[in-house]
Design a protein around this ligand. Structure first.
Ligand code: ZN
Length: 245
C-alpha cells in the first residue's frame, strides 16, 4: 500500500483503540508503519548494484513472509513494551505494515511465486555470467541488463499492483469516515481470547479473503470501506495484544 493508507490505517487503530498512549508514541507508531518500504528504497539508493537482490527480498518479505514478520514484530513490540523500552512503538508500526501487506492482493504468493522464481533464476544466471568480468563498469552494465529482464517480467504484475494501490490511495480521504463507522459496528473480541495464534488465524483469513480482489470489486458498493475496516480490525488485535497483562 501507499504511505497514506499505511499511516491512515495505523492512525485509525490508535484512535479507535481503548488504550491511552502518549501522543509522541502514537506519532512513532504511525511513522514506523511505512519504514519497511522506506528501508528497502534506501538500500537500493545506497547500492544500485544490489538492486535485483533487494527487489527480490522486498517482494518476498512483503508477501510470502509478511505474516511471519508481522508475528515476529508483534512479539518484539510486546517484549519491548514490558521492558519499558521506547522502541516498542517502532516494532508495532512494522507489525502494522506487514499485516496490511499480507492483506494486499498482488502481494499474494500465487501471483508472485512464478515471478519470484524467475527473478532468482535470472539473478543467479546473470551473476554467474558476470563472474569473469573484473572491470567494475562492465559488471554494472551486466547487472543492469539482468535488472531490465526482471523488470519486463514484472511489469504486468506491477501495473496491476500499482493501479490497485493508487486507487486505494485516492479513495482514502473521502472514505475514511465510512471506514470508522463500519469499524464501530464490528464486534471486538474479548481481550482474554487474543493471543498470537488467534492473530495468526485472522491474518490468514484476511489474506485468503482478499488475495484475488480486483479494481472493479474495490469500486463497488462499500467494498473498499469494508476491506479497510477489516484490516484495521486485525491490526487492532495486535495493538490489544501488546498491552495484555
Ligand atoms: Zn510493504
Amino acid at each position: 500500500m501507499e504511505p497514506i493508507v499505511h499511516q491512515g490505517l495505523s492512525n485509525l487503530v490508535i484512535q479507535m483503540g481503548n488504550v491511552q498512549i502518549r501522543s509522541y508514541e502514537a506519532k512513532n507508531i504511525v511513522k514506523a508503519s511505512i519504514e519497511p518500504d522506506l528501508l528497502k528504497k534506501q538500500e537500493i539508493e545506497a547500492n544500485v548494484l544490489k538492486t535485483p537482490k533487494v527487489l527480490y527480498n522486498w517482494w518476498k518479505e512483503h508477501s510470502l513472509w509478511a505474516k511471519d514478520l508481522a508475528i515476529i514484530y508483534i512479539k518484539e513490540a510486546q517484549k519491548a513494551y514490558r521492558d519499558q523500552q521506547s522502541n516498542w512503538t517502532q516494532y508495532l508500526g512494522w507489525a502494522f505494515h506487514f499485516i496490511t501487506d499480507r492483506a494486499t492482493p498482488y502481494h499474494s504468493p500465487n501471483k508472485l511465486n512464478p515471478l519470484i522464481n524467475s527473478i532468482q533464476d535470472d539473478f543467479e544466471e546473470g551473476a554467474n555470467s558476470l563472474k569473469g568480468f573484473s572491470v567494475k563498469s562492465q559488471i554494472a552494465g551486466g547487472l543492469l541488463n539482468v535488472g531490465a529482464n526482471i523488470f519486463s517480467k514484472a511489469i504486468d504484475l506491477k501495473i496491476n499492483h500499482d493501479d490497485f494501490e493508487d486507487l486505494c490511495d485516492e479513495k482514502w480521504i473521502s472514505c475514511k469516515n465510512m471506514i470508522s463507522e463500519i469499524l464501530l459496528s464490528l464486534k471486538k473480541p474479548d481481550r482474554s481470547i487474543i493471543n498470537l495464534s488467534f492473530i495468526k488465524k485472522k491474518i490468514n483469513y484476511l489474506h485468503e479473503k482478499y488475495k484475488d480482489i480486483s479494481l472493479k470489486w474495490i469500486n463497488t458498493n462499500n467494498n473498499y470501506e469494508k476491506y479497510m475496516a477489516e484490516i484495521v480490525f486485525v491490526m487492532d488485535l495486535a495493538y490489544q495484544f501488546i498491552f495484555k497483562e
